[in-house]
Design a protein around this ligand. Structure first.
Ligand code: ZN
Length: 312
């Protein structure tokens, strides 16, 4: 049984600006400060709720001099967070006060939606939902609990043709088609409130995506453990002719990757072991964590990483 979105990973510009926006402006917790395991001169930031629960985690590879991406086919178009319905006014005022690029709130699938962009132009939105005020949330200095983000509502994928992608999401990840509005087909994972929706946007005629700052690199879906991940990989191979990579140990979860038929890079990530595996739960994100094989190079790595005066 799969459980919706695990995390979203995107590309950012300067590290300090990225860190400041997600922690101070959006009030997310920095739950892990590490490096890109495949490029250890670059940070890897994980932002989420207090524990970095699956379904709340947005991660970034910040590169100071990366060119802006161009949205296109085969890419995640928008990453959407849940907030209490009563918080939409607070966030609209905050975006004005902070100079955050945003649109006027609109209704999508009957829900109030406030679209905005991060400093790299990444497309984000808040959806106001009734009755979630009482859900636990990470309260930061500037964002009181009543207005805080409550994990992912959804992601939307921009596709030339949605058929192949829908087949994977329904057959392998257990999503169901629940609605359609204009060119958007909504899939939902029954019983999953956080990270349980994927919107497929048919956009034939768009150019292919060009990755860069503000682009989503991949979307990860949850598997409870290695056995469930292996079962999903088997299903992908046997029923859809898709091979995943070998399993990679990301320290906080274990992952396999594959490109789905619509061109978007998908990952299947285990819920275990989580972010408290290498530092206490009340100190997540406070110090730079390195995977075992890189610990011996800590001094050199720290010397090339950008300084983060506003870290915390
Ligand atoms: Zn990932």
């Amino acid at each position: 049984m799969s459980n919706g979105i695990h995390h979203v990973t995107a590309i950012a510009g300067p590290a300090r600006r990225n860190l400041e926006f997600y922690t101070r402006v959006l009030g997310q917790r920095l739950v892990k400060k590490t490096v890109n395991f495949d490029d250890p001169g670059t940070y890897h930031f994980y932002f989420g709720d207090e524990a970095g629960s699956p379904g709340t985690i947005l991660t970034f590879f910040p590169w100071a001099n990366v060119a802006p991406g161009r949205l296109g086919i085969g890419e995640t178009q928008e990453t959407v967070y849940r907030v209490p319905e009563s918080a939409i006014g607070f966030w609209t005022h905050r975006f004005i006060a902070e100079g955050v690029a945003h649109d006027a709130p609109v209704k999508r699938f009957g829900q109030t939606t406030l679209a905005f962009r991060d400093p790299d132009g990444m497309r984000l939105a808040l959806v106001g939902l009734p009755g979630i005020e009482t859900e636990a949330a990470w309260a930061s200095d500037q964002i009181p609990t009543e207005h805080a983000l409550r994990g992912f509502h959804s992601v939307s994928l921009l596709l030339g043709d949605i058929g192949g992608t829908e087949a994977i999401l329904t057959d392998v990840f257990g999503f169901e088609r629940v609605g359609r509005e204009g060119e958007t087909t909504r899939l939902a994972k029954p019983g999953v409130d956080v990270g349980g929706i994927v919107d497929l946007r048919a956009a034939g005629g768009f150019l292919p995506a060009r990755p860069g700052a503000g682009s989503v690199h991949h979307i990860a879906f949850r598997a409870a453990d290695d056995a469930e991940q292996a079962a999903m990989a088997r299903k992908l191979a046997e029923r859809h002719g898709l091979r995943t990579t070998e399993q990679k140990d990301r320290d906080y979860f274990r992952s396999v990757y594959f490109r789905e038929p619509g061109g978007v890079l998908f990952e299947i990530a285990t819920d275990i072991p989580g972010f408290a595996v290498d530092e206490p739960a009340d100190q997540l994100g406070l110090s730079l964590k390195l995977p075992k094989g890189l610990e011996q190079h800590r001094a050199e790595i720290e010397a090339v990483l950008p300084k983060l005066e506003t870290a915390g």
